[in-house]
Design a protein around this ligand. Sequence first.
Ligand SMILES: NC(=O)c1ccc[n+]([C@@H]2O[C@H](COP(=O)([O-])OP(=O)(O)OC[C@H]3O[C@@H](n4cnc5c(N)ncnc54)[C@H](OP(=O)(O)O)[C@@H]3O)[C@@H](O)[C@H]2O)c1
Length: 284
Amino acid sequence: MTASQRTALVLGGTGRTGALVAQKLIERGLNARTASRRGADVVFDWDDKTTYAPALDGVDRVYLVTPIMRIKFARQTAEFLDLAAVAGVRHVTYLSTYRSDQAPPEVDIRAVELDLARRGSFTHSILRPSWVMQNFSDEHLPLIDGAITVPTGDGTEAFVDAADIAAVAVETLVNPHAHAGAVYAPSGPQSITISEVAGIIASVIGRPVTHNDIDPDVWISGAVKAGIVPADYAVMLRWLTGTIIAGNGSRPNDDIEKVTGRAATSFQDFARRSAAAWALEAAK
Ligand SMILES: NC(=O)c1ccc[n+]([C@@H]2O[C@H](COP(=O)([O-])OP(=O)(O)OC[C@H]3O[C@@H](n4cnc5c(N)ncnc54)[C@H](OP(=O)(O)O)[C@@H]3O)[C@@H](O)[C@H]2O)c1
């Protein structure tokens, strides 16, 4: 099959942004094909190169979510992008991360951005979001016995709603020409501490919530020992949390409103909408 017009491949298609990107693309009249290892329209596994070409068949644009919980993925991504060019892809929107240009050199986030910039066969857009609000309502930063455990000190972050990241991604994929070469940093409307996050969640669930500002080494080695992250991912966790501790967390900007025409979601609105995630804690 040759690349048909307006068919998007959505990697990470069952994930927090990917699932919404696919849904919203369909609402906007495009074809969207979700891809992941389980539960998507097509099976796609970054560790199985035989899944790349079938996923790309007939696709003219891609939402690129690179392997998660990894630091080395530039080579795999380059091989995938080579095949994307052959398949007739005309635009790629890459889900990167905030301050990717300052990431530790052993982490491949910036390498993928630079790879995209070197390619002439398709255009690209880069999204560099803040920490997503959904970290607090899923398994990333769970509320356990009234506490959120993460080493961020008194630092702040402009936490962003995954739905707002998806909304920005959708605009870049629906109208690639308008966003070719663009770099957006989707961020929430407030820079807040984890203690402030705790206060907002407490007001929603009607129970006290505190920030357990654990020692970074204890937190990171605990995550590695528990098998939540591989050992080499420690450098990423140290960078992500250290940036906030040092007072260099993300700041609000108007990229979401500029691209979508709608204001970024506040943490209060996200928390009210997500109250069910903390129902067990609320019932204690
Ligand atoms: N979490 C944050 O606060 C944050 C902030 C900024 C940027 N980011 C970036 O956003 C990206 C997505 O992270 P997320 O935590 O939000 O995850 P997510 O998108 O919610 O979930 C990951 C998605 O990727 C798929 N996936 C995982 N491993 C895969 C593999 N080996 N091959 C193919 N598909 C795979 C998963 O489905 P299957 O498991 O079924 O394959 C799922 O659809 C990451 O690159 C992360 O660095 C995250």
